[in-house]
Design a protein around this ligand. Sequence first.
Ligand SMILES: NC(=O)c1ccc[n+]([C@@H]2O[C@H](COP(=O)([O-])OP(=O)(O)OC[C@H]3O[C@@H](n4cnc5c(N)ncnc54)[C@H](OP(=O)(O)O)[C@@H]3O)[C@@H](O)[C@H]2O)c1
Length: 279
Amino acid sequence: MLCSDLVAYYEMWNIPLKQQPQTKKGQNMSNKHERELAGKVALVTGGSRGIGAAIAERLAADGASVAVTYSKGADAAASVVEAIERAGGKAVAIQADAADADAVRNAVERTVTTFGRLDVLVNNAGTAIPMKVEETTLADFDRVFAVNVRGAFVATQAALKHIKSGGRIIMIGSVLGERVFLPGMAPYSATKGAIKMFTQGLARELGARGITVNNVQPGPIDTDLNPASGEWAVGQKAVVPLDRYGHTDEVAALVAFVAGPESSYINGANLTVDGGTNA
Ligand SMILES: NC(=O)c1ccc[n+]([C@@H]2O[C@H](COP(=O)([O-])OP(=O)(O)OC[C@H]3O[C@@H](n4cnc5c(N)ncnc54)[C@H](OP(=O)(O)O)[C@@H]3O)[C@@H](O)[C@H]2O)c1
């Protein structure tokens, strides 16, 4: 919205001009949030590719030192670290399968040892098993819960030893945690429904400590997990009012806002970034 449009909007709704958001002279939207996370440390699980990599790079661009975990892709994780360092930031990659509780705890400790503190935990590592319930083995079911839910629980528990008042815990849930618009996703959707309620329960528990907990729920986002091309994408695009897949940067922008100081009164919220999929 242009500045003149904004003024017209305020006038139309009789909002006194003094209530308009103030910007400093010469400040524009692109630098408004710049360096808001300076001095902060973030850990992004599953930060080597896709949504996690975009989140890691965005939080680093906003000034945070960032640790990323990965399970198998050491080269991809190293590329994220290089990109952040090339841009003048600080980053470290740590191998830690989200299903391995000791590895996840070690990743949290290594983040604190490397950067001296922990302010923001992004529980992003996730996997999916798109198949019919009758074809899903118990091993498949256990694995998707171990990575998507148990991994987030262990990382959160370990991080809470370090995160202080003003800290942020951010889950990457899914629109499928609220509404299931396609078949074959029952166990995955169940993990994201669990993440939604884990978020809300945690928010109740941690509010008194000044730590917020929120759940960012993406719709279809173009990644290796859910490529925008191919047969699998057709049914998903069909339910998105914006008629396209989202970009990883569009999820990262919301996560950056939730991680930043302006989200201080947002807590226990399920924040959807889905082009209107769940509208
Ligand atoms: N893409 C979508 O449409 C969409 C929509 C809603 C929600 N989400 C959620 O967003 C998150 C990221 O999804 P994505 O689409 O970016 O997936 P992706 O492209 O497959 O990337 C997954 C990332 O997580 C890491 N990872 C996977 N399994 C892991 C494990 N067991 N332990 C640690 N790291 C692991 C991967 O590293 P390695 O290569 O080393 O395994 C990679 O960095 C997931 O929680 C997913 O459920 C995605």
